[in-house]
Design a protein around this ligand. Sequence first.
Ligand SMILES: [Cu+2]
Ligand SMILES: [Zn+2]
Length: 188
Amino acid sequence: MRVRSLPLQVRWVAVVAMLVSGTVLSAAESGLKAVCQVRPTKGNQCRGVVIFQQTRDGKIRVTARIRGLNPGKKHAIHIHQFGDCRDLAGKSAGGHYNPAEKPHGLPPAAERHAGDLGNLEADDNGMAKYTIVVDNISLGGENSVLGRAIVVHALPDDGGQPTGNAGARIGCGVIGIANPEWKPMKKK
Ligand SMILES: [Cu+2]
Ligand SMILES: [Zn+2]
């Protein structure tokens, strides 16, 4: 917009409008949330939801609620490179998301793939709740996980090379932009 060519009052209105719209935009951006619905691969029961939310200090809080796991057992959870769960065994999701070309590892080790989120720990009912705050992924721009996949494995991630010996892929889901207005229906 060529502000100089406008009368003075209109100029001020234009400047204020630009400032206000800028403020609104950055507030919306800081609240950006991503969601991944994990579904079982063929022959498995693993399903659930993983939420990604930006924290005030620019980190990402990852919260997973997954069921259909082996009771009392650990299961690796990773971000894989491709948001592609077409393969019946989850192979189309590719390898661990690794934009910084690091070796595989377990958090909180700094030397690890950006996709290395560690392990879920299932309770006696095969359900797991897991939260981890990480600083090596984002929800847009560099190291963005949007459009990539969450993969849950049959076995624990033991931190070994190249991918933690985590076995088969029992759940897979694509990470997308969450609808901020959607709420689950209340159970009656
Ligand atoms: Cu994996
Ligand atoms: Zn890895």
